[in-house]
Design a protein around this ligand. Structure first.
Ligand SMILES: N[C@@H](CCC(=O)N[C@@H](CS)C(=O)NCC(=O)O)C(=O)O
Length: 198
């Protein structure tokens, strides 16, 4: 049996898969796509990260990878029944479709692009558009520590990984107390903190 291989640099969407692998205590190999002798396009023809290779299975799409790994290895992060799984998928799809693209756009327009290519107006519009989804998430977290169950699950990991782009994009979250407390709870977990040190 080959060791699980996770492809993609840490500060990318590969982070959510590396984070999960750390949470699950998996024995894995972290590989970069520009590694000497590696034909990454044969693994993922889009060239994007992350991808994994596991026992002959090659899988792309960060959130599909995370559901595969958590269901394969089980434990507290995994769904315990169909209803939990459905809610975990619901929140994961929600983050990907309602938040991720805008969060990335803001991060690039405000912080990551070279100064002369930044676009504060586009970032401000994106931030205004995100107020509804952010208020919804904040409300969903009222009176609870985690999104789906009374424990940290793959839903919290997936959604907070998307939300972490907002922090990097300097989006003002100060009016969303439940959301910021939950993000702190998730993003300060030892597995994530250690990953960011590496
Ligand atoms: N929907 C994909 C998106 C993957 C993606 O766009 N990854 C970025 C890094 S965060 C990438 O590889 N970009 C390089 C490129 O577009 O060529 C997923 O969630 O895995």
């Amino acid at each position: 049996m080959g060791k699980l291989q996770i492809f993609g640099f840490t500060r990318s969407r590969a982070m959510r898969t590396l984070w999960l692998a750390e949470e699950l205590g998996l024995d894995y190999e972290h590989r970069l796509t520009d590694e000497d002798g590696l034909d990454y396009l044969a693994i993922n023809p889009s060239g994007k990260v992350p991808a994994i290779a596991d026992d002959g299975l090659v899988l792309t799409e960060s959130m599909a990878i995370n559901f595969y790994l958590v269901k394969k290895h089980g434990g507290d992060l995994a769904p315990r029944d169909l209803a939990e799984e459905a809610k975990m998928l619901q929140w994961t799809f929600w983050a990907m479709t309602e938040v991720e693209a805008k969060a990335l756009m803001i991060m690039f327009c405000r912080v990551l692009r070279p100064e002369e290519e930044r676009d504060e107006a586009a970032a401000d519009t994106g931030e205004a558009d995100l107020q509804k989804p952010l208020a919804l998430l904040n409300e969903a977290l009222a009176g609870r520590d985690y999104l789906v169950a009374d424990r940290f699950t793959v839903a919290d990991l997936n959604v907070s990984a998307v939300m972490s782009w907002l922090k990097l994009g300097r989006v003002d979250l100060s009016r969303y107390a439940n959301l910021t407390a939950w993000m702190e709870r998730c993003l300060k977990r030892p597995a994530m903190v250690n990953l960011l040190k590496s």
